[in-house]
Design a protein around this ligand. Structure first.
Ligand SMILES: [Zn+2]
Length: 288
């Protein structure tokens, strides 16, 4: 806090603006400005300087807040969701109709951030290399793909209720009848087992069906031969894809961390399993 002091030297009054600061636990006084010899003018000058100093201080606080280096704030995932909504990054999908669990809409800033991420990723991993090319496969494809990949049979959530704490648990198929509640170690009610398909089944045409793809990898595999020929690639090489995938989560939660509609950035790097290949990421080389 700054304050005005008067010093009398050889019968003359001199006014100064001083400030006390605590440095290493001790209060130290520093002269900020000389204010002249007249009390009234000195007061006016002092007020002006203090006003300017306050403005500078306020600016500093805002800058600190922006950089976020000096202030560590712990926020909950709900706070984060509220922040992202308020600032135009992510909204609950169709919130005016009550939204829908597991689905989100990206606002003006959210879509820019997402596009920047995707563009940078593509530039670095695809355009920046000779051994990786991209594809953009369709979201709905022949359901035989999902039969061959094992998704149709195995991509299910197995839900079961605990007899003791009544909480819903998730187990693997091969664990049925063999495991105990992870919450209270009680017995599961194996009669209540429910299997929920994680793939969204959809109608196609009059009586056809398929699924919304649950991952981006499969169309990379099905197009492998074409891509290798068209891009004239030799093993090892990679195929990249960015796109939407869908999972029928039983309990979507944690904001955008457990969704029913997601966007993936994926590379399948293909080589002879009997060999190790050096794979360069920036300046780092790993053996895969
Ligand atoms: Zn339990």
């Amino acid at each position: 806090m700054a304050f005005v002091v008067k010093k009398t030297i050889s019968g003359n009054d001199y006014y100064y603006l001083n400030e006390n600061n605590r440095i290493d636990g001790k209060v130290k006084t520093k002269t900020i400005a000389y204010l002249g010899k007249v009390k009234k003018e000195a007061k006016k000058k002092a007020e002006e300087i203090i006003r300017k100093m306050d403005k500078e201080k306020k600016k500093k606080i805002i800058q600190i807040g922006r950089v976020g280096e000096l202030e560590k704030v712990n926020i909950s995932i709900d706070d984060m969701a509220a922040f992202c909504k308020r600032k135009g990054f992510v909204y609950p999908s169709a919130e005016i109709y009550g939204g829908m669990a597991g689905f989100w809409d990206y606002g003006p800033f959210g879509v820019e951030m997402k596009n920047n991420l995707k563009n940078d990723w593509w530039k670095f991993h695809v355009h920046g290399r000779d051994d990786i090319v991209g594809i953009d496969g369709s979201i709905i494809t022949n359901p035989k793909v999902w039969k061959a990949s094992g998704h149709e049979e195995n991509f299910n959530d197995v839900l079961v209720i605990c007899k003791k704490c009544k909480k819903l648990g998730k187990v693997d198929k091969h664990e049925i009848g063999k495991v105990k509640c992870i919450n209270c170690n009680g017995e599961y009610d194996w009669g209540s087992v429910k299997e929920i398909e994680q793939m969204f089944k959809i109608k196609v045409g009059l009586d056809g069906f398929s699924y919304l793809r649950p991952e981006t990898a499969q169309l990379i595999f099905t197009n492998f031969k074409f891509v290798q020929e068209n891009a004239r690639l030799k093993l090892p090489f990679g195929i990249a894809q960015i796109g939407k995938a869908f999972r029928n989560e039983n309990a979507p939660r944690d904001f955008i961390f457990r969704d029913r509609e997601i966007e993936q950035m994926e590379i399948e790097y293909i080589g002879d399993t009997n060999e190790k290949y050096p794979y360069k990421i920036g300046n780092t080389v790993i053996l895969i």
